[in-house]
Write a protein that binds this ligand. Structure first.
Ligand code: HEM
Length: 449
């Protein structure tokens, strides 16, 4: 049965948002999390681009398609806030992370943080992470049943220690910090959303304390001695007019940045590995490009020459958008595409399913990196057709960092290994949280001599 979210103000030309919300609080949460693609399509065909339903305990308006994404993300009227929306999911563990700040305050922090992501800084980060990539990939052991996802996850975690924290850790401390970090990230997807000892939410709160204590302990030395890592960069970041982060800000932003960078890059690399395993002709094509560079470890300017790898990376992020949905909360009455949305509503931009809309993409389920090549550029049909990094004021600040890291890792993987999956293999993609393969993506890994 369909029902309206709220009647539009009398005399306005606005339409009401329709939906089939289902049982209060629960609605279609389980179906949407298990099969977001089918659910999104059904809603779109039945109700159009703007619909509502119960999702994870909240009345949620889902706005589909690039035009609606632009309205929400560009946020011209400052009607959509990040803080209250994201806080519901990850608030206690990522308190005052930059993505959870809004409007003037967010802009203030963003201007300072930008100083840690300039081109010279990115060059330095790449140099800092190169030995870790060589070491990490060099330690991979060929064989069948090599779980690509698990190995890439470990590698990005190890790289984060070098390039984000820049702190020498003894193995026990490294395990403790990595464990805390994993607990903090997992806690956001807890079913029981209050602290019960032993369960995810409780472990997340404890992990937050461990991480805070860790960064606070190392902060004075970082402020004093500097370094080539993100932690040092945030300690030193200063705008032209002299604004800097407080100690609390540095701690909050470090914990958030670790989270923002880790799973997203891991998911992208895993998706690339999956499609390159299923499309060996593409794997050879990108390998040839890497060989043509003629060096084991690429430098900053070399990465632009990995053109096909760039196409594969974009196509992987289209097929599996690592952040599947961008939530906002309306802070005043507003509208999207002529639909009335009252103050206090959670609104979601579903990048994962938007990237599969047949209205926007030709043969959307097909792995076709050339769709991003000059001459086709399907992503240019609309500025928000392809939006894995979001858009507007909160657009991913680490997008160039991510590209550098992903390409550097793949360059080394491609030169050292070939990998494959059995004919007909389809990965079991879990979409109940950030997307990831339930089986860890087992591949047959061969070393190239
Ligand atoms: C493939 C990798 C990545 C993807 C797909 C990705 C995606 C995103 C998305 C969609 C947002 C916007 C969220 C929103 O609007 O609600 C975002 C924000 C952010 N990302 Fe990334 N990200 C990636 C890698 C990174 C990396 C490597 C870093 C840090 C080095 C990073 C740091 C951040 C930060 C700090 C924000 C918040 C920006 C703000 O609110 O102003 N991300 N990311």
């Amino acid at each position: 049965m369909s029902s309206i979210l709220a009647p539009p103000p009398p005399g306005s030309d606005l339409k009401p948002v329709l939906g089939a919300p289902g049982v209060p609080l629960i609605g279609n949460t389980i179906q949407t999390m298990r099969d977001p693609f089918t659910m999104a399509r059904k809603r779109y065909l039945r109700f159009g681009p703007v619909t509502w339903g119960w999702l994870l305990g909240q009345r949620t308006v889902t706005v589909q398609g690039p035009e609606a994404a632009e309205t929400v993300l560009v946020n011209k009227d400052k009607a959509f806030a990040n803080g209250p929306a994201w806080t519901y999911y990850i608030g206690p563990f990522f308190t005052r992370g930059i993505m959870l700040l809004d409007f003037e305050e967010h802009l203030h922090h963003r201007r300072i943080m930008q100083q840690a992501f300039t081109k010279p800084k990115l060059r330095t980060y790449l140099e800092t992470m190169a030995p870790g990539i060589e070491r990490g990939v060099g330690a991979w052991r060929p064989g069948t049943g090599f779980t690509f996802y698990d190995h890439i996850k470990q590698l990005t975690l190890d790289l984060a220690t070098d390039v984000f924290m820049g702190v020498e850790l003894d193995p026990r401390e490294a395990d403790r910090i990595n464990g805390a970090f994993i607990d903090a990230v997992r806690a956001g997807t807890a079913y029981v959303r209050f602290p019960v000892p032993g369960l995810r939410w409780h472990r997340g709160l404890r992990a937050r304390k461990v991480l805070e204590e860790f960064f606070r302990r190392h902060l004075p030395a970082k402020r004093r001695d500097g370094g080539d890592d993100l932690f040092a960069a945030l300690c030193q970041a200063e705008t032209d007019d002299g604004h800097r982060f407080t100690d609390d800000d540095v701690v909050n932003h470090m914990i958030f940045a670790l989270m923002a960078a880790h799973d997203t890059s891991t998911i992208t690399m895993t998706t690339m590995a999956y499609y390159l395993a299923r499309h060996p002709e593409w794997q050879e094509r990108v390998r040839e490009e890497s060989r043509a560079l003629g060096k084991a470890v690429p430098e900053f300017d070399d990465l632009d020459r990995l053109v096909s790898l760039d196409l594969v990376m974009k196509e992987a992020m289209r097929l599996v958008s690592p952040v599947p949905a961008l939530p906002r909360r309306t802070v005043k009455d507003t509208s999207v595409l002529g639909y009335h949305i009252p103050k206090g509503t959670t609104v979601v931009v579903p990048t994962l399913t938007n990237h599969h809309m047949p209205e926007v993409w030709k043969d959307p389920e097909r792995f076709d990196p050339e769709r991003f090549a000059e001459g086709r550029r399907e992503d240019k049909s609309h500025k928000y057709a392809w939006a894995p990094f979001g858009g507007g004021a909160h657009k991913c600040i680490g997008l160039h960092f991510a590209g550098l890291q992903i390409k550097s890792v793949f360059h080394q993987v491609l030169l050292n290994f070939r990998w494959s999956v059995p004919d007909g293999y389809q990965w079991p993609l879990d979409t109940t949280s950030l997307p990831s393969p339930k089986d860890g993506l087992p591949v047959r890994l061969e070393r190239l001599t």
